[in-house]
Design a protein around this ligand. Sequence first.
Ligand code: PLP
Length: 422
Amino acid sequence: MELESLCLHAGYTPKNGEPRVLPIVQSTTFTYSSTKQVAQLFDLELPGFFYSRLSNPTVDAVEQKIAALEGGVGAMCTSSGQAASLISIMTLAKAGDHVLSMSSIYGGTFNLFAVTLKRFGIEVTFIDERSSDEEIKAAIRPNTKAIFGETIANPSMDVLDIERIANIAHEAGLPLIVDNTFATPILCRPFEFGADIVVHSTTKYLDGHALQVGGVIVDSGKFDWTASPRFEEFVTPDPSYHGIVYTKTFGKAAYIVKARAQLMRDLGCCQTAQGAFYINLGLETLALRMPRYCENALEVAKFLSTQDKISEVRYPGLESSPNFKLAQKYLKNGASGVISFELKGGREAGAKFIDSLKMTSLQVHVADIRTCVLHPASSTHRQLTDEQLVECGITPGLIRLSVGLENVKDIIADLTQALAAI
Ligand SMILES: *Cc1c(COP(=O)(O)O)cnc(C)c1O
């Protein structure tokens, strides 16, 4: 099936007389008639549901849909995008290990990596994704377990050269994890360019309606854990699972099964059935929504570029963008709906502009169906020092505009009157 059809049909096929719409299986637990069966479920010998922390039929359907959209072998939903990023790393790395991350990433992920993972004993170092191959290779250590980056970085809008970074990672026996939140599988499928694991904040475009916080990890099934000397936990018995060897028992799905069996079991940051139902509702129209976000955003970005009160507009779809070449390769169908721009008047002008908007709302969110706006330096990225801000590609006067699905004339009219108020 094509992506449009997968959005509607993947993950749930009702049998004769069953509900047409994905049912919400609102149950923590599932009952069985024999102890033997339950034991087999616990030993991961049989597939099936037994406790909704580990898996639930509604959540499972959404996982299958997202795996199909990304072209992976399996997926696991989490309670948030943050939980997805955390588990994507912890499935690979433990105390004493190292991860190499691109520096242009979401502020929450930056803090998770720089502060919280450090407390867990996992060291993350950051590198500019425009660094040369040699510089990136030099940043890989004997204890490195993964390279991490975002397809379109939030909010710098830098586009990741997935193929180049994947080649460097694979040469070193490392998987590349890509946060594909801003692109979605409709605009870019990172596995086609060599990424090994994809994470999303489903809170953003996949849900799209600002209803439900959530995340997902998708496994491409392509990384050969047995060929790299770095992943002993994948090829030796897991004492917490009766000596299961993940690569032996689960083959291509070793990573995503390990993520669920160890980390979801122990950390418990699961998505709910009701939450998965909302995410599914959003996914059903994803292929329809994404082109419209792209169309509207390109027109708004072009408009903003002509305004004298604005010094810089960052949108990878603009020909003037330093990311345009990468966007042509990785984002052929559009550069998504988020635009960053810098007002000449800096911090003060930013506040005046935002306070003057009428239809566009100020909200700590992106990728809503409604146009919304945010000032990262005073909100999402406020934990960061000025130096860290610059490292993430953010300036004090930067505005992040998430273009919605309204008629673009209304969006531009609102921006025009707010710019005039400065
Ligand atoms: C929002 C976001 C996250 C975090 O997701 P939550 O669902 O808010 O936890 C991670 N990565 C990117 C790119 C995001 O935009």
